[in-house]
Write a protein that binds this ligand. Structure first.
Ligand SMILES: [Fe+2]
Ligand SMILES: [Fe+2]
Length: 197
């Protein structure tokens, strides 16, 4: 496990064990890679490193639930369900990860919870923490499977986090990389377009 600054070893171990217990070692490797990228971004943009690490490690923790369980939870709690979530239940996983982070890991920090909650879709008025986890999740790949947009985002990051988010979302829309855009993503894109177009 990578060394994580001031975060308690026991807390990190609890997160690791949760993924392992549910047979999700692969996802655990992924969230560790996201954390590594997020650390670099936190340094680059002078954000709290620990918040970025915790949000990264927990962003996909709902992998322990099935898609049916996610949907049932959302229904039971009367969540407003986006059309895209209605059609593709796994899109709910970002919101479920927030719930688990809060309930099972006692995370109360809104920067962390929000970054977990919108890591797939971003949202309008996103914080820098939201943007770091959103971007880190997209560029944290092993060397073999580096996506085509990687260089695009890398270059954009030299400009700003906002510009990187804009470039990534634009890439998704331009290349039809979305199953069905969530309204949070559309709103985030609209906001960024007003800045860059
Ligand atoms: Fe995810
Ligand atoms: Fe992820």
């Amino acid at each position: 496990m990578i060394f994580y600054h001031d975060i308690e070893k026991d807390d990190l171990e609890k997160i690791r064990q949760t993924y392992v217990r549910h047979g999700c070692q692969h996802t655990y490797q992924h969230v560790c890679q996201v954390a590594e990228v997020a650390i670099e971004l936190a340094k680059k943009y002078e954000l709290n490193i620990e918040k970025c690490i915790i949000a990264s490690l927990l962003h996909d923790i709902s992998v322990m639930m099935t898609q049916d369980q996610m949907y049932a939870f959302a229904k039971k709690h009367n969540w407003t369900i986006d059309l895209s979530e209605e059609k593709y239940h796994f899109l709910l996983h970002q919101r479920l990860s927030r719930v688990i982070a809060q309930k099972e890991f006692c995370i109360l920090d809104e920067d962390i919870l929000s970054a977990i909650e919108c890591h797939t879709t971003l949202k309008k008025n996103a914080s820098d923490y939201d943007k770091v986890v959103f971007i880190a999740d997209k560029i944290a790949w092993d060397q073999k499977s580096k996506p085509l947009y990687d260089e695009l985002i890398d270059n954009a990051l030299d400009d700003s986090l906002d510009y990187a988010c804009y470039q990534f979302i634009k890439y998704q829309f331009d290349h039809h990389g979305l199953l069905m855009p969530h309204h949070w993503l559309k709103e985030a894109y609209q906001e960024l377009k007003e800045k860059y177009e």
